[in-house]
Structures are given as C-alpha cells and as structure tokens.
Design a protein around this ligand. Structure first.
Ligand code: URA
Length: 238
C-alpha cells in the first residue's frame, strides 16, 4: 500500500503553519499538487511521489532529521521556554517542527547534544537499561581525594544517598578531568564530584555513545549527522 497522508498534515509537519492556516491557504488556492490547484486541505497525497507547492514553492518531505549541536551555555535543553532560548530554536535549517533534544544538559553545561524527531533513537540512547557511555570534560574546584578514580570506578554514593553506576575518571590536570558515565541522573556529574568534596565550575559533553562532538563546531553551531554517524547509531534508512 502506498504511504499516503493528508495534505494539511504534510505541510504542517514541514513547518508551513497550523492545520487551520493550511486550510485557509488551500481555500485561497495557494497550494498545488502535481501542478494542479488543490482547495481541499484533507486531500490524500503520497509524499514520496507527489509534488506539492505552497505559493509556487516546492515543499519536500523529510520524515526524520538528525543534527549534532554544540550546545552553548545559557540555552535550555527544551523545545520551548519562556525565559531562555532553546536548543531547538538554534537549528535554523530544520524542516520539521517536531524536533527535540535527546536528553538534557544543564543551562550552564555546553557540548554535544543530538537534536532529532526520532523517538526510537532517543529511547535507545536514553533508556537507563542501555547504559550508553557519555564522556564529559569537567573543570573542578577543590582537591580530589587520592582514591578518587577508584571511588568513581566503584560507583559513587551521592549526598542524598543515591548510588551511581561505576564511572571512569581520567585526570588530565589538577583541575581538569574526563569522566565517563553510563546513566543520566539529574545533575549527575556535578553531584558525583560534589560527593567527593569538589565543585564543577565548567562542564562540557564530548560524546554520547558512538557520537563525538565535531571539533570544528563552535558553541551554538550545528550540522546534520553524516551517513557514517547515522549508521553507527543504528539508524535504519530505506
Ligand atoms: N551532569 C551534570 O551535572 N550536568 C549536565 O548538564 C550533564 C551531566
């Protein structure tokens, strides 16, 4: 069976307005299907085969989108927020309007964030059962105990009594660390260091599973995932 969908759903998913706005546009004769004016917003179309134009401009269909964002500080990991700009707003080239960030970084944390509308992928990366590695660079204040790496490796008991899974600490200098964690508890990295008497003053995510932050990106910049990156994440493409 052909994969058909309603014209208004197609255009609204592609960010061309709400269903009622699209209904209006159709009534006004602004939409064509294969060159023929269509005044019915609920008309069935095949997004792969039919050529749809709005105001004479072609609209192509994209089912899923994947972007690697270098999240800057001061931007929230959300789709909407009344106070701060959101990570989704930074993706200016997006076609779809249902993108969301895969997981959250704190307002003052920067680094790798995957932005997509692929719910299955998000589930695979975020499910607590999957134990996906996340590597963070942390700059800390305070003196780490001599047995810090062993304590991270054994799993840390946070100040509220929560026990974390084992984590891997690599000490780059007195104040600069790499920490690999396999879960995503609220403020986890900050709380793990806090449990050892230190304060995280800078935090950057470098990788998540197979996905590594592209060093050529600056804070606030993004790019689409490459084919190799999509393949490594197990994204099936037809
Ligand atoms: N751990 C934190 O404490 N903050 C983040 O943003 C991510 C991991």
């Amino acid at each position: 069976m052909a994969d058909t969908m309603r014209l208004d759903k197609f255009l609204s998913e592609m960010g061309k307005g709400s269903r009622s706005q699209i209904k209006e546009a159709a009534k006004k004769g602004r939409i064509t299907i294969n060159g023929i004016c269509c005044k019915k917003a609920d008309e069935k179309i095949d997004p792969q085969k039919d050529s749809i134009c709005l105001d004479k401009l072609p609209v192509t269909y994209t089912k899923t989108e994947y972007y690697m964002l270098y999240k800057p500080q001061g931007v929230v990991s959300a789709t909407e927020d009344g106070r701060y700009p959101t990570v989704v707003e930074l993706i200016e080239d997006k076609k779809r309007k249902d993108l969301f960030p895969v997981g959250r970084l704190d307002l003052d944390t920067e680094g790798l964030l995957l932005i997509t509308n692929d719910g299955d992928l998000a589930h695979r990366l975020l499910s607590p059962k999957k134990h996906v590695d996340k590597v963070y660079e942390a700059h800390i204040q305070g003196e780490l105990p001599a047995d810090a790496a062993a304590r991270f490796a054994a799993g840390i008991t946070l100040l509220d009594g929560t026990k974390t899974l084992p984590a891997e600490l690599r000490i780059l200098s007195e104040s600069k660390m790499l920490l690999t964690i396999r879960e995503g508890k609220f403020h986890q990295v900050k709380r793990m260091f806090e449990a050892l008497g230190c304060r995280v003053c800078y935090l950057k995510r470098l990788s998540m599973g197979s996905l590594v932050l592209d060093e050529s990106l600056n804070p606030g910049e993004y790019r689409a995932l490459t084919k190799e990156e999509r393949k490594a994440l197990g994204i099936c493409e037809d």
